[in-house]
Design a protein around this ligand. Structure first.
Ligand SMILES: *Cc1c(COP(=O)(O)O)cnc(C)c1O
Ligand SMILES: [Zn+2]
Length: 422
């Protein structure tokens, strides 16, 4: 918090001090998403010349503590959040007629999804406030991330998850020891119930698009990408021309935008890449609003239904930030069918060795669309965010591939099946 000037309502622009408000603008209720405003001058004086490491020698996302809304002296969870690999994907690039493509693999986080970046910050904030319980509603990954990070510091937590969440994600919660409330309803129902419960019991609320600090954890991916694309010896920071992000609630894409805005304000980069949001055709609220020029403050919820459960959101909770990310960066929204998402799973795995869950594979499917429709061109340097591990949802992955060969334990069988292939 050392460098936070305040929390600004994205609707009315009123700025509050962090002690005045917890989550949303009091005048605008649950829609009044807040943006954390930093003192970039002070941050610029704190951080290093080449990197943006501030406040000493933290690891992973904590390297960027000077740019995070936590106190300098706050203890952080011991798990390794952030510092995920950025892989070049030359074979996929050439298939798509592109020159440079990278995959940022956040399936490699401690709980196997991007959400760890945000949940790590939630755990630190809750402890700064000294609350006893943290709660969240989630389609699965935000919950698994919170459960994981909480377990690492023995922090009690309560999770509201729709009963339709994939089994692996629910098992994760139970294994980490969370109190799990399986809600007979949609993610949106679970979200509202969690809000109510937090108000009633005074729990710390991690809900996406409601807790303003989640964007801040998520933005760390951009610092890493720019460092990874830069030339370490020359101390340069690199930027892609385009970044493709899968979008459900819109918190990740808002965080990506915030990360670039921070670096621009600090003079580390000189422009913001085009940010492309990829949605499932069965959960395309942002795409609709973008194409039709609709106001996300008045556009009602849609019915969301997609096998990419992590991007299923009838009313994206971070829609103000999600729209600004695309509009202000000169990007776009694309939408892809569930079949295209399924096809993207083996395509990514075989083309680059990255096994992604459906929502994560949607970024690649979205890139295919963006390439076909001319939103990206051969010369663009492109990064796609792979936001979660394929092991999170093996049923979907399984339906995207064929069956194995079943054989007797006999070499003749091997020859019969493989024929001339060996
Ligand atoms: C949460 C999630 C997303 C979408 O992030 P939003 O902030 O909800 O837009 C994409 N992929 C995975 C794997 C996720 O868990
Ligand atoms: Zn307001």
């Amino acid at each position: 918090m050392d460098h936070v000037l305040g929390l600004e309502c994205l609707i009315c622009g009123v700025r509050y001090t962090p002690s005045e408000v917890e989550y949303v603008c009091p005048k605008h209720g649950d829609d009044g998403t807040l943006d954390v405003v930093y003192d970039y001058g002070a941050i610029g004086r704190t951080i290093n010349e080449s990197g943006i490491e501030g406040f000493g020698s933290g690891k992973g996302i904590w390297r960027y503590k000077a740019l995070l809304p936590v106190r300098r002296d706050s203890p952080v969870p011991p798990l390794a959040v952030g510092d995920t690999p950025l892989y070049p994907a030359p074979r996929l690039a050439s298939e798509l007629g592109l020159r440079e493509l990278w995959i940022k693999d956040d399936g490699r986080e401690p709980s196997a999804s991007f959400k760890d970046r945000a949940s790590a910050v939630a755990v630190v904030k809750a402890r700064e406030k000294g609350v006893q319980f943290i709660a969240t509603a989630s389609t699965g990954n935000a919950a698994a991330a919170l459960a994981c990070l909480c377990a690492s510091v023995e922090q009690p937590n309560v999770i509201f998850v729709p009963a339709s969440a994939p089994a692996a994600k629910i098992v994760q919660l139970l294994v980490y020891g969370s109190t799990v409330l399986l809600v007979d309803g949609t993610y949106d129902d679970a979200f509202e119930l969690c809000l109510e419960a937090c108000r009633e019991f005074g729990w710390y609320n991690r809900n996406t698009g409601y807790n303003p600090y989640m964007t801040e954890g998520k933005k760390t991916v951009v610092y890493e990408i720019c460092e990874q694309l830069g030339n370490e010896t020359a101390g340069n920071w690199g930027i892609p021309d385009v970044i493709v992000v899968p979008v459900g609630d819109g918190c990740i894409i808002g965080g990506v935008h915030k990360g670039f805005k921070d670096l621009l304000a600090l003079g580390r980069i000189n422009q913001i890449p085009r940010i492309i949001g990829a949605q499932s055709a069965g959960s395309d609220y942002m795409w609709q609003a973008w194409i039709r020029g609709e106001d996300v403050l008045t556009k009602p919820a849609i019915r969301a239904s997609t096998l990419a459960d992590s991007i299923s959101a009838g009313l994206p909770r971070d829609r103000i930030k999600a729209m600004a990310a695309v509009k202000e960066s000169g990007g776009a929204y694309v939408r892809v069918s569930d079949d295209e998402i399924l096809a993207a799973i083996p395509a990514l795995a075989r083309g680059a060795g990255v096994f992604a869950e459906p929502a994560a594979a949607a970024a690649y499917a979205g890139l295919v669309h963006a390439t076909e429709s001319g939103l990206v061109t051969a010369d663009d340097r492109i990064v796609i965010l792979s936001t979660g591990s394929g092991l999170k949802d093996i049923d979907s992955a399984g339906s995207s591939v064929g069956e194995p060969h079943r054989i007797a334990p006999d070499l003749a069988e091997v020859k019969r099946v493989l024929g001339t292939h060996v």
